[in-house]
Design a protein around this ligand. Structure first.
Ligand SMILES: Nc1nc2c(c(=O)[nH]1)N[C@H]1C(S)=C(S)[C@@H](COP(=O)(O)O)O[C@H]1N2
Ligand SMILES: [Mo]
Length: 205
């Protein structure tokens, strides 16, 4: 979601089954705010924090995270800048499997997904646990490219792409909603592409 995306209309085609206002773009041109972080395996960790059932924080090193059960999925990916990448194959850890290991307190209604450099996106707990959502380690049957989120990103294919936090480092359980990076800057709180929830002014929740 930055300037570059506006230049992307050449070669676009339409396809049935896309959310309104979206056009196909086959190449998955990386889009993000700020620099691509360097992965330092010995410094990297992944945390589940906030309102866990035990109130403790869960932490995985990269080696530990890589041991978690993996699944795969193939999903269309919709950016708010009006392009969609069809049929992207992802593999990684299902949020449900993570939540089974690190249970939230019963009052938890939302999560904040945290990336490197403080990028964040808020999600309803049911959107985080939805079918197809993934803590992805790979795309196109190989590890993520650095600019697409290596070593770990969130993929929330049923919401606009800014919710799919790259370089994911933590998930915070929340007992009330709070807006993330783009949501604080005028983008929609939920971001359902089927309802064209692009901006907060598009009937925000
Ligand atoms: N950490 C981080 N994650 C991010 C972003 C970002 O700026 N920083 N941009 C988001 C936006 S707007 C989109 S459309 C997708 C793009 O993912 P891609 O670069 O793999 O195509 O990443 C999302 N995740
Ligand atoms: Mo985006």
């Amino acid at each position: 979601m930055h300037e570059g995306a506006r230049a992307g209309n050449r070669g676009d085609t339409r396809r049935a089954g896309l959310p309104p206002g979206q056009a196909i773009r086959h190449e998955h041109k990386p889009l993000h705010y700020g620099p691509v972080p360097t992965f330092r395996p010995h410094r990297w960790d992944f945390r589940v924090m906030g309102a866990t059932e035990t109130l403790g924080t869960y932490r995985w090193t990269w080696d530990e995270f890589a041991e978690l059960p993996r699944t795969d999925t193939v999903r269309d990916f919709h950016c708010v800048m009006r392009f969609s990448v069809p049929d992207v194959p992802w593999y990684g850890v299902r949020p449900q499997d993570l939540v089974d290991i690190a249970p939230p307190a019963p009052e938890v209604t939302h999560v904040m997904a945290w990336g490197e450099y403080g990028y964040s996106a808020n999600l309803r707990l049911d959107d985080f646990l939805a079918d197809g959502t993934m803590l992805a380690m790979g795309r196109d049957h190989r590890p993520l490219d650095p600019e697409h989120g290596f070593p770990l990103r969130l993929v929330v294919p049923h919401l606009y792409g800014w919710k799919s936090v790259k370089w994911l480092r933590a998930v915070e359980y929340m007992t009330a909603d709070r807006r993330g990076f783009w949501e604080e800057r005028g983008y929609h709180n939920r971001a359902d592409p089927w309802q064209e929830q692009r901006f907060a002014s598009d009937s925000d929740a």
